[in-house]
Each structure stands twice: as structure tokens, then as C-alpha cells.
Design a protein around this ligand. Structure first.
Ligand SMILES: [Zn+2]
Length: 59
């Protein structure tokens, strides 16, 4: 069964860190406990970058 991944979850293509969008905290939080924190100094390259942006900022 195929499960669609909503844009409320993202994973780093480099270190494997997975985060989920917290509507309560309005920020990304690490998914799970501590097994998917990934690299501390990784310049995360999110798999959803480019096609989803929760912010509407006009830099
Ligand atoms: Zn990363």
C-alpha cells in the first residue's frame, strides 16, 4: 500500500535526519526520539526543499 508523505515531514538527503512539522510549535522537530538526529554540522539538504515552504517571507 502506498502512503503519501505530506509536506509535514522532511528528511535530509545527506545525513538522514528526519523531521516533522509541529503545528503546536510551528517549527520542525526531529522525528522519533534520538535515532534520526543526523549530523550536527550537516548543511541539511531536505528532500522537500524547493517544492514546499511553510513560510511566506519576502526576504
Ligand atoms: Zn543533514
Amino acid at each position: 500500500m502506498v502512503t503519501l508523505v505530506p509536506p509535514s515531514r522532511r528528511a535530509c538527503l545527506r545525513c538522514g535526519r528526519t523531521e516533522v512539522w509541529s503545528t503546536d510549535r510551528t517549527t520542525w522537530v526531529v522525528a522519533g526520539d534520538s535515532e534520526s538526529k543526523g549530523e550536527l554540522h550537516c548543511v541539511h539538504e531536505w528532500d522537500i526543499t524547493g517544492n514546499y515552504n511553510p513560510f511566506e517571507e519576502s526576504a
